[in-house]
Design a protein around this ligand. Structure first.
Ligand code: TMP
Length: 216
C-alpha cells in the first residue's frame, strides 16, 4: 500500500467448525453499530476472482491438489482479494474482518499438508508484504468437536474436512504455535464457549489491543 493505512485489519482463524463465520459476522455488526465502516470478507474468496479459485480448492476429492499446488492457488486467490477488496477498503479507512487469512495457509498447506515453510514464507513476503492483520483471533477447540460441528453444518464444501483426524490435529497445533510465536498479533480464544460470551471476549480484545474501536 502506498498511502498511509487508516483502517484496521482483523482475521479469524481456527480449525473446521470453530464458529469463526458467526463471530466474524457479529463483529462486523458491532463495528457498524459503533458507526464505523466495516466489511466482512473471507478466504479463499472475497473477490469474484478469489471466489472462482475457491471453487477449485474446496470441492472435489481430498487428493485433488498437492500441498504445493494448493499453496499457489491460495496465494493467487489472496493476491486478487488483496488488490481488489482488502487494500482499497483499508485505504478508505474501513475495518476489514476476514474469515481466514495467511495463517490458514501456514497451518493447512504447511503443517497439515507438508508444503515447504520457505515457499510459504516467500509468498507471504512477496504477495502480502505489509498488509498483515493488526489482530488475529484464533478460535481453538478440540478437533473431534469441531469436525462434528462442521459435518452438522453440511455446506457441501467438505474437501478439507475429509482429510482425516491427524491432519486436523497438526493444524490445530500449528495455529497454537503461530499464536505462541506472534503474541502481539494473535490471541487464542476457546471456541466452545457460549456464543454471546465469545463475542464479548472478542470485543474486549479489540478494545484492549487496538485501542478501542471508537479511536480507530
Ligand atoms: P472455510 O470453511 O473456513 O470457509 O474455509 C474453507 C477451507 O479452506 C477450509 O477447509 C480451510 C481451507 N483453507 C486452506 O486450506 N488454506 C488457506 O489458506 C485458507 C484461507 C483456507
Amino acid at each position: 500500500m502506498s498511502r498511509v493505512r487508516r483502517g484496521r485489519f482483523i482475521s479469524f482463524e481456527g480449525g473446521e467448525g470453530a464458529g469463526k463465520s458467526t463471530q466474524a459476522r457479529r463483529l462486523v455488526e458491532r463495528l457498524r453499530a459503533e458507526g464505523l465502516e466495516a466489511i466482512s470478507t473471507r478466504e479463499p474468496g472475497g473477490s469474484p476472482g478469489g471466489e472462482a479459485i475457491r471453487d477449485l480448492l474446496v470441492n472435489g476429492p481430498p487428493e485433488r491438489w498437492s500441498a504445493i499446488t494448493e499453496t499457489l492457488l491460495m496465494y493467487a486467490a489472496r493476491r486478487d482479494h488483496l488488490e481488489r477488496v482488502i487494500v482499497p477498503a483499508l485505504e478508505r479507512g474501513a475495518w476489514v474482518v476476514c474469515d481466514r487469512f495467511f495463517d490458514s495457509t501456514r497451518a493447512y498447506q504447511g503443517a497439515g499438508g507438508g508444503a515447504p515453510g520457505e515457499l510459504i514464507a516467500a509468498l507471504e513476503t512477496a504477495v502480502v508484504g505489509e498488509v498483515r492483520p493488526d489482530l488475529t483471533l484464533i478460535l481453538d477447540m478440540p478437533v473431534a468437536a469441531g469436525l462434528a460441528r462442521a459435518a452438522r453444518r453440511g455446506h457441501g464444501e467438505a474437501r478439507f474436512e475429509a482429510k482425516g483426524t491427524d491432519f486436523h490435529e497438526r493444524l490445530r497445533a500449528a495455529f497454537l504455535e503461530i499464536a505462541r510465536r506472534e503474541p502481539d498479533r494473535c490471541l487464542v480464544l476457546q471456541a466452545d464457549a457460549e456464543v454471546d460470551a465469545l463475542s464479548a471476549q472478542i470485543w474486549t480484545a479489540i478494545d484492549q489491543r487496538l485501542g478501542g474501536a471508537r479511536n480507530g
